[in-house]
Structure formats: C-alpha cells, structure tokens
Write a protein that binds this ligand. Structure first.
Ligand code: PMP
Length: 426
C-alpha cells in the first residue's frame, strides 16, 4: 500500500482514474514518475487553460518571487492586485463595455459562488434561488444547495434548502419550453414557489454533461429576470476564461449578467484564485462583512495579469475557434459513425462524447483505455456517461490530433468488443 492509500482520505477521486504519481508537466503533457508521458485532455478540470507551466506566465511569477514581492496580503492594497485590476479593466471589461466591480473572495470556485449567492439574497431581501437540473456550482453548503447531483448532495449531512431546480433546455425533454415553465412558476399564485433572489446558471453545463444553453434561451432568461426583478448570476468558473472562445462564455448570447463568478483558469497557472463581478449598484457590502484569509493570492494575481496579456497577445479567442472546429469535424466524421448510440456536443475546446444511449457502461471503459494509451480525460453528466474532451487552450494542432486519435482508438475498441445491436436500446 502506498502512502496515499494508507494516509489520504477515501474521499480522493481523480487519482483513482489516473493512478500514477505525477512529477512534472509542461504544456499539454504530464509526466509520471514511471517516465510515462500523458497527453492532457483534462486541463486541471479547467484550471489550466494556458497549459502547464506556461513559459510566459511562469517568467512573470518567478520574477515576482525573486523580487520578494508580497506573497500574502489578505485584502490589503498590493501592487500585484493593483496591476491585475488595471489590466483586467483594460483588457477584459472596457473592450466589452462591461462595468463590474470586483470582489476577491476565498480562492476556490465554490467560495465565489457562496459570495455571489449571499450578495444576491442581501440585495433582493429574498432567500430563494433558482438553479437548473444538471448544474454544478460547488461543494460548500450554499453552492452545493444549487448543485443538482444527488450523490454530492447526499454527502452534505444536512438540509440543502432554499434552491429550486428548473429544467435546463438541454438534458431535459427536447419539446419542453423551459422559459415558459419558469414564467408560469413565477406568475401562478399557486405555483407553490416564491420568487427567488437570483437565478444561477452555466451557459454550458460542464460537469452536468456538456449541456449547452441555446443563445435564444439565454436572451429569454435575461429578459425574464429583468421582468421579474430577479438577479441573473452566471457561473463562469469552468467555461469562462476563453474555454468556449470569448473570454466570457455569456458573450455569445450578447447578454450581461448581474453577477459573474470566475475561478479556475483566471490565475493562468493553476493557482487558487476566484472573483465575483457585480454590477456597481449591487455592491452593497459593508466593509469586512464577507472576509477570508486567502482572498488575495498575490502569486495568482501576477499569474492572472500575465495570462490576460498572453491571451491577448496570441489572439487566443481565434485560436480556440480554429481548434474547436477541428475537434467538431473530427468527432462528427470519426467518432459519431462508430455507433448509433453516440452523440456529440460542445463548442470551443470543451466537447462531450455521449454514450448514454448504450446499455453498456462504455464511458468508464473508454476513459480507462484512453489512460492506458496515454491520454487523460474525465467523464461527466448523468451516471458519468459523457466523455469530456477539454485540453489546454494552448494545445498544438499536432497534439490535438494525437489525442483525438487515441480517443478514436479507445471508442472503436470498446464498441467493437460488443455486438452493437446487442447493446443498443430498443
Ligand atoms: N462552478 C462550476 C461551473 C464548476 O465547474 C466548479 C468546479 N468544477 C465549481 C463551480 C466549483 O469550483 P471549485 O471546485 O474551485 O470550488
């Protein structure tokens, strides 16, 4: 037994799918102590959009460390934070005509979701929140209450209340008008559900199974929130920072959420950092009402500034569209024809191969085979039946091709092992 098994809690999870000891990582590759190299289609669950140890970002962080810059600063004014705020404003907010105030919270995504929910409840003086089936917003109590996965909810050990789950336009009955349903819930005096303070949503549910919200739906959701005086919170933790193409994934719908939550890749280097963006009039916090020792991860600020500059200098957005188109074509031409029970979804550089229509538990086997063949990827969605392809945005086209070829081999082998007809749902 190794030290992980003897000492680390049973709660550990990814290491069960990727059971090597990893020692080194560069770009889109991770290296194990055995000497094996793995291509990374996982990207730290979205925290490594700029790749592992990105040289541009690393140099800035190393220089900051060498200069004995502040390493910890709570929410004090520091030069690292000042530079980040200025660059974030210049490179992200101003060009998009967005006016948000920035709240630094505890360093993880769930911390930012907690802050956003707390703020929304304070602003509206209502306690209810609407979330969506398939949603993932984090594991602390407030965000877990807005997370739909019953396995995760079951671990809470206490009630998770004040959140109602509404049907998401994907992953639910296709013919169902989810906006009309929301409208009915909000207007029917006998719906049994009080008006919420906020509706929290993901433009593309990542953990939920790569479920994409249609553009028109997002516009209608924005409109519905306006008409009913409800705040719209967009959780950009996983699909923000360029994952779907534009810096904010909600840009594709041309909407402006009232509150935006960012984390994962915002620091550019896999360092913990998270922020809440709020329309200025919503900033009703009194000083120190929501605090935290690690609200100012100075190294993350340096990494975040460098990442924004790097993304801007290489026109990352256009690059993501190009590579995303490659993946779309690959999946359409090479993966979908393998079986009628395969469907694909995605955009930018987040894609899902859905094998849930098959009776057999192919997804686990496919992911395990990919790992054997040297590719790391994750499974998401209902019963984890969607294979998620999420490489660093900076991956080269050659590496993307290499990874996709492994996916094809794994999918093909797994399906060939069984008579397709035997396993297809009637
Ligand atoms: N929101 C979304 C959309 C996420 O994908 C995640 C993490 N998978 C979170 C919130 C929670 O972030 P963290 O794990 O950093 O708490």
């Amino acid at each position: 037994m190794n030290v992980f098994e003897t000492m680390e809690s049973n709660v550990r999870s990814y290491c069960r799918s990727f059971p090597d000891v990893f020692v080194k990582a560069k770009g889109s590759r991770i290296y194990a102590d055995s000497g094996r190299a793995f291509l990374d289609f996982f990207a730290g669950a979205g925290a490594l959009n700029y790749g592992h140890n990105n040289d541009f970002i690393k140099k800035k962080i190393v220089a900051y460390l060498e200069s004995d810059g502040m390493s910890h600063g709570l929410d004090m004014h520091t030069s690292a934070k000042e530079v980040f705020l200025n660059r974030f404003s210049e490179l992200i907010l101003k060009p998009r005509n967005l006016s948000y105030k920035v709240q630094f919270c505890g360093p993880t995504g769930t911390n930012a979701v907690e802050a956003a929910l707390k703020l929304a409840r304070r602003v509206k003086g209502r306690t209810g929140i609407f979330s969506f089936m398939g949603a993932f917003h984090g594991m602390s109590l407030g965000s877990l209450a807005a997370t739909s996965n019953l396995y995760h909810r079951g671990a809470a050990g206490t009630d998770l209340d004040r959140v109602h789950f509404m049907p998401f336009p994907q992953g639910f009955m296709k013919s169902f008008d989810t906006i009309q349903y929301l409208e009915e819930v909000l207007t029917d005096g006998h719906s049994g559900i009080e008006k919420p303070a906020a509706i929290i949503f993901e433009t593309l549910q990542a953990e939920g199974g790569i479920n994409e919200a249609p553009i028109e739906w997002m516009k209608q959701l924005r409109d519905l929130c306006n008409r009913h005086d409800i705040l719209l919170i967009c959780d950009e933790v996983q699909v923000g920072c360029g994952r779907t193409g534009p810096f904010f994934s909600f840009e594709r719908a041309d909407i402006v959420p009232d509150i935006v939550v960012l984390s994962k890749s915002i620091s550019g280097y896999g360092l913990p950092m998270s922020i809440v963006l709020m329309k200025p009039e919503l900033d009703i916090w009194n000083p120190g009402e929501h605090t935290g020792t690690f609200r100012g991860n100075q190294l993350a600020f340096v990494g975040a500034t460098a990442a924004l500059e790097y993304g801007d200098s290489i026109n990352l957005e256009a690059d993501v569209y190009r590579k995303g188109e490659f993946v779309r074509q690959f999946l359409t031409k090479e993966i979908v024809p393998i079986s009628q029970s395969i469907s694909i979804r995605g955009m930018g550089l987040i894609w899902g191969i859905d094998v849930s229509a098959s009776k057999h538990d192919f997804s686990k086997e496919i992911a395990a085979r990919c790992y054997e063949l040297g590719l790391i990827l994750e499974r998401v969605g209902r019963d984890d039946k969607v294979i998620k392809l999420m490489p660093p945005l900076t991956i080269s086209l050659e590496e993307l091709e290499e990874g996709c070829a492994i996916v094809k081999q794994a999918v093909q082998e797994c399906f060939e092992k069984y008579e397709a007809s035997e396993y297809l749902l009637a």
